[in-house]
Design a protein around this ligand. Structure first.
Ligand SMILES: [Mg+2]
Length: 247
């Protein structure tokens, strides 16, 4: 199978002095029509467990999912993780979280009523925020965008974060890059060369953060422009690269 990337060179193998930050959906895992339908490939959990050991614990998942979802997907692993794009963070068992806006319940109900008109569209309650998905319903893109924009009026301190066939209503003050920098200040991440692997627009914050600390980004897929230095074609290529790194 080819893992060639259209714009960027292939990354070197994972080195023992790295701190490795891995996005999940579209990076480790192939997309599914619904976020709950993703599958964790056999062997990926074993590979991550081995890498976590070889990096002396300096391997973290950095995702838009919440920590509970990440733990369920990658059980029995309990890896260091950044959830909800930085609004939840866990280093050694210590969890930090933002609070949910009271107005979010009303916005959630309205969003679900709207999505019900577009079979395949889905509203995901992320606890402190919402994700409006149209991967299964392209016609829902415009109405969900308009709804999310107008919902901001009821949600001071929130902003819109566009993603891959999704838009999120999210509290201000957190992004994947800031969360990575927080982790880099702590053991076991501190003092290592940081490397961030991700596919989405939100991962550019992570690429910039590691780039400012002597590391580099690895882009998954062909989205451009990107500040990533290396590229991998798709999640299957990421999994093959990780497997090759521990072989
Ligand atoms: Mg992703």
């Amino acid at each position: 199978m080819s893992s060639r990337h259209p714009h960027l060179p292939l990354p070197p193998a994972v080195a023992p002095d790295w701190a490795l930050f891995l996005d999940v959906d579209g990076t480790l895992l192939d997309f599914a029509d619904a976020p709950g339908d993703v599958a964790v490939e056999p062997g990926l959990i074993d590979t991550l467990a081995i890498l976590h050991g070889r990096l002396d614990g300096a391997l973290a998942l950095v995702s838009g999912r919440n920590l509970a979802q990440l733990d369920a997907l990658f059980a029995p692993l309990h890896l260091p993780a950044v959830g909800l794009h930085g609004l939840e963070r866990r280093d050694d068992g210590h969890v930090e979280q933002h609070a949910r806006a009271p107005a979010l319940d009303g916005v959630l109900a309205s969003a679900r009523a709207l999505a019900a008109k577009y079979p395949g569209a889905r509203i995901e309650d992320k606890g402190i925020g919402l994700a409006l998905h149209w991967r299964g319903a392209p016609a829902a893109e415009e109405p969900l965008h308009e709804f999310a924009t107008s919902a901001l009026i009821d949600l001071p301190g929130y902003h819109l974060q566009p993603g891959n066939r999704v838009i999120e209503l999210r509290p201000d003050g957190a992004n994947k890059g800031a969360a990575v920098l927080d982790l880099l200040a702590l053991p076991p991440f501190h003092g290592r060369r940081p490397v961030f692997v991700g596919d989405d627009l939100t991962d550019e914050h992570g690429f910039a953060a590691v780039g400012s600390h002597g590391g580099f980004g690895i882009l998954v897929g062909s989205r451009q422009p990107s500040v990533a230095r290396y590229g991998l074609h798709d999640p299957a290529a990421v999994r093959a690269w990780l497997d090759d790194s521990i072989a």
